[in-house]
Design a protein around this ligand. Structure first.
Ligand SMILES: Cc1cc2nc3c(=O)[nH]c(=O)nc-3n(C[C@H](O)[C@H](O)[C@H](O)COP(=O)(O)OP(=O)(O)OC[C@H]3O[C@@H](n4cnc5c(N)ncnc54)[C@H](O)[C@@H]3O)c2cc1C
Ligand SMILES: NC(=O)c1ccc[n+]([C@@H]2O[C@H](COP(=O)([O-])OP(=O)(O)OC[C@H]3O[C@@H](n4cnc5c(N)ncnc54)[C@H](O)[C@@H]3O)[C@@H](O)[C@H]2O)c1
Length: 452
């Protein structure tokens, strides 16, 4: 059978771009890729990258206050949001160009349009053409989910934050996951009055409770008006802002309301069902360990699948797919012990099991050190950091590590390597400390604070 391409990738985000580049550039496949919006996808255009730059932007008021406390004569002015946004836009343009350059030098043919699946080997491109490919990779990612309720049309999502013409005076953020907590801290750091409503009893409910308690305490200490167990029932415009009413009767007006209540896969109208792929819960694409769907020529990677929604995971899945199908090195992506960080202030970073999950598996020892770090302590700030190891009593292996601290994301990357190698508590202990650092506590905690 004649095909236009060996591989057609739908979606130019983290997973799709990596798969296309490896299949074409390293394995010589004829690859086409369709992207309907901007090359780079969520991570580059409206996720990790602009978010992290906003995290940096929001960190300067505290840094300036610290500088003053250390004796520097600095006067903090206000943020010029317009100037920041212009630089941010230019940086995203630069990155998008670099992504396009990478695809072009690998020999990938890019189609700047929406693509839909017609059958197991056929893709329809908006504009009217149809292409045939031996393999199709679905890497369409997801988009913000907003529940439906009276007034839900008035809310913003994470996509809109990067495009605000001006910073609002006050915001309500609804949700308690990664995105809600990160933007609560970012906006508070930028000087916005932030209120946060979480529906359930805790924020960041997938994370270690003790670690999250410290993050929540710190978020409140920096002025975020955080409330759990609150459900919004309606929103209506009032003056220049919006009146938000909740089922417990509370009611208040905010300049903007931002919903960060999870993400849904971009599979609506994609044509997968017609091609024989039965979609899973919430429209996610079910795949096996090779990222293959029930239709053998159709594969899927990244947020559109029912796995872990993180950029490095999407990249690994795309790379493993390309090596498996077009290279001579079949391998499955490894989803075990994936470290991640929530870029709140302070950061929360984690790898492995929470204390709660580990307890359910068998006897454990828990090592915790929580203290005032030297840098902020000297500046007179009350912030505390937390280093926590969850250890299996029988095998002595470190099952989980949880860090709440500035730059926790940088630290957990290294702990992840040790844990992936199967490090025991005694391996941590025989590693000499780097002094004076916060991370030295990870190798100097001698006695468990509790066992279970
Ligand atoms: C605000 C925010 C912050 C985040 N921060 C982090 C972080 O700090 N660290 C981290 O690891 N992860 C983070 N993530 C998650 C991360 O961005 C995603 O896990 C990752 O981008 C998923 O990659 P993907 O390739 O699956 O999909 P995406 O990157 O979403 O790419 C999918 C692409 O497909 C395109 N597309 C969709 N449908 C079609 C179609 N029919 N035809 C053509 N093109 C189509 C879309 O336009 C998009 O460009 C964040 C996400 C958000 C929203
Ligand atoms: N730093 C990072 O690595 C990073 C940052 C941002 C996003 N991400 C990825 O993106 C994914 C999506 O992030 P997210 O924060 O949107 O989702 P999430 O799943 O982390 O959190 C969703 C939150 O919304 C709440 N919620 C869900 N439905 C609701 C409803 N109907 N009403 C009120 N509240 C509701 C949930 O209780 C939860 O707190 C994350 O799971 C993560 O994998 C990663």
């Amino acid at each position: 059978m004649d095909f236009d391409y060996d591989l057609f990738v739908i979606g130019g985000g983290s997973g799709g771009v990596r798969a296309a580049r490896i299949a074409a550039g390293e394995h010589g496949a004829r690859v086409g890729l369709a992207e309907e919006y901007r090359m780079g996808g969520t991570c580059v255009i409206r996720g990790c990258v602009p978010k992290k730059l906003m995290v940096f932007a929001s960190s300067f008021p505290v840094a300036m206050a610290d500088a003053q406390a250390y004796g520097w004569q600095v006067t903090a002015g206000g943020l010029d949001w317009g100037a920041f946004r212009a630089k941010l836009d230019a940086e995203l343009d630069r990155l998008e160009k670099a992504y396009r350059g990478g695809l072009s030098s690998a020999g990938v043919t890019v189609h700047d349009c929406r693509a839909t699946v017609v059958d197991a080997h056929t893709v329809h491109l908006a504009g009217g053409t149809t292409v045939r490919a031996k393999h199709i990779l679905v890497a369409v990612g997801g988009r913000p989910f907003v529940p439906s309720f009276p007034g839900s049309e008035h809310v913003l999502t994470s996509n809109d934050i990067f495009k605000l013409d001006a910073l609002p005076g006050s915001v309500l953020i609804v949700g308690g996951g990664y995105i809600a907590c990160e933007f609560a801290c970012i906006l508070a750091g930028l000087g916005v009055k932030v209120t946060q409503f979480q529906r359930s009893a805790r924020i960041l409910k997938e994370f270690d409770e003790e670690a999250v308690d410290l993050v929540a305490e710190d978020m409140k200490a920096q002025g975020i008006d955080l409330h759990c167990g609150v459900v919004v029932s309606g929103i209506e415009p009032e003056g220049a802002g919006f009146r938000v009413t909740c089922i417990d009767g509370r009611s208040d007006v905010f300049d903007k309301v931002i919903y960060a209540t999870g993400r849904v896969p971009n599979t609506d109208g994609l044509g997968l069902e017609a091609a024989g792929v039965v979609l899973g819960k919430g429209g996610k694409v079910p795949v096996d360990g090779w990222s293959q769907t029930a239709v053998p020529s159709i594969y899927a990677v990244g947020d559109v699948t029912d796995r872990i929604q993180l950029t490095p995971v999407a990249i690994r899945e795309g790379h493993a797919f390309a090596d498996t199908v077009f290279g001579a090195t079949p391998r499955q992506p490894d989803h075990d012990l994936v470290a991640s960080a929530v870029f709140t202030r302070p950061e929360l970073a984690t790898v492995g099991l929470t204390e709660e999950a580990a307890r359910a598996q068998g006897p454990i020892e828990v090592y915790v050190s929580s203290f005032k770090p030297m840098r902020s302590g000297f500046a007179g700030r009350a912030d505390r950091v937390l280093m926590k190891l969850v250890v299996c009593k029988d095998t002595r292996r470190v099952l989980g590590c949880h860090i709440v601290a500035p730059e926790a994301g940088e630290m957990i990357q290294m702990v992840g390597i040790a844990m992936k190698m199967g490090a025991t508590k005694e391996d941590f202990d025989r590693t000499c400390a780097v002094h004076p650092t916060m991370a030295e506590e990870l190798v100097t905690m001698r006695k468990p604070v509790r066992t279970a």
